[in-house]
Design a protein around this ligand. Sequence first.
Ligand SMILES: Cc1cc2nc3c(=O)[nH]c(=O)nc-3n(C[C@H](O)[C@H](O)[C@H](O)COP(=O)(O)OP(=O)(O)OC[C@H]3O[C@@H](n4cnc5c(N)ncnc54)[C@H](O)[C@@H]3O)c2cc1C
Length: 342
Amino acid sequence: MFNQTFDSSLIRRIAIVGSGLSGLTAAIQLRGLGHDVTVFEKSRGPGGRLAAKRVTGGSADMGAQYFTSRNPDFLPFLHKFAGPESFGPWEGRFGFQTNADKRESFPQETRYVGIPRMTAITRALSGHAHVVTETRVATLARNDQSWSLFSTAGSHLGDFDAVIVTAPPAQARDLLADSGLDALASHLDDPVSRVLPCWAVAAHFPVSPWPHHEGMRCKHPALFWVANNSSKPGRNDEGQWWVLHASPAWTEDHVDTPAEEVAEKLLAAFRETTGFDTGPDEVVTHRWLYARSEGGEPPGHLWFPEYKIGLAGDWLSGGRVEGAFDSACGLVAELTTLPTTQ
Ligand SMILES: Cc1cc2nc3c(=O)[nH]c(=O)nc-3n(C[C@H](O)[C@H](O)[C@H](O)COP(=O)(O)OP(=O)(O)OC[C@H]3O[C@@H](n4cnc5c(N)ncnc54)[C@H](O)[C@@H]3O)c2cc1C
């Protein structure tokens, strides 16, 4: 255990695990405050669940579909660091089915998307941070007053005064437990149980399969959401790409079902929902084991001063894109208002 007394002005080198919106937000803000920040990302590129898959003629958003902005700091942050060209409003009709053939509109609200794909935002943000991709942080090892980070391959990734973990709860818990930090890992037991999986399918149709909505929350037991990805700004697809998200319960029941079979079943559900009988000519799938958090009273972020380890992410602040931003801002604010000793 670290000595409980430390000088927060000595937090110079900060490691951030994860380059989703929360990790990049924290990195940019902390760098702006003069810290030396390195972001480690296990995937090939930054973005996390702001994700898109390349498809013929463009890309399809497989994770977050859109985001809202209630925090007055969020859009100015995106304008400044991602650039106004990387996102914009998604105009359209959005609603939910109340039964098989009745639908109601979502509340009026501006819904934003990345242009030309969701990852455009995080790609642009990552230009303001030092991001090391294809590097999974496997363990943190205490080193007097700092932490040594090690990759899955056993490489020493550097020494840091503080560590911020922005991975989804299950991955954050594994990292802490594998580092012998069981007291911290135990904070994640309940959040882990609240994260829901989601099978995602993107399907291309030569003609419009559903004229009524650009995005619709479905009543079907297998389907949670369907959206016309091609209706988002800057896509310019020939024909239409639609994204289908399975319901959490259906995904749990089919978590190990082969992707092709999942696509067939979700497309059958799409046909039942829309009445459109023509099959797609191209399909891609993605399985999210950790898609969204539900329930619980999120504390916003977690900071363990005696360890100099913080946790941030959407799951600590409402489970959405904007929550990821809020969570990172809250943690950075706490770090910067720390007394010089505690
Ligand atoms: C199918 C789906 C639909 C969604 N729809 C919406 C929506 O319409 N609107 C909305 O607001 N939100 C939506 N969300 C939620 C939204 O995507 C998330 O709230 C947000 O993107 C989370 O950002 P984050 O930075 O907290 O986490 P993430 O984006 O998950 O970032 C965490 C990062 O950590 C990395 N990582 C994990 N472990 C390690 C490790 N050990 N070492 C290095 N890197 C690691 C991961 O690869 C990942 O890049 C959806 C999510 C999914 C999956």
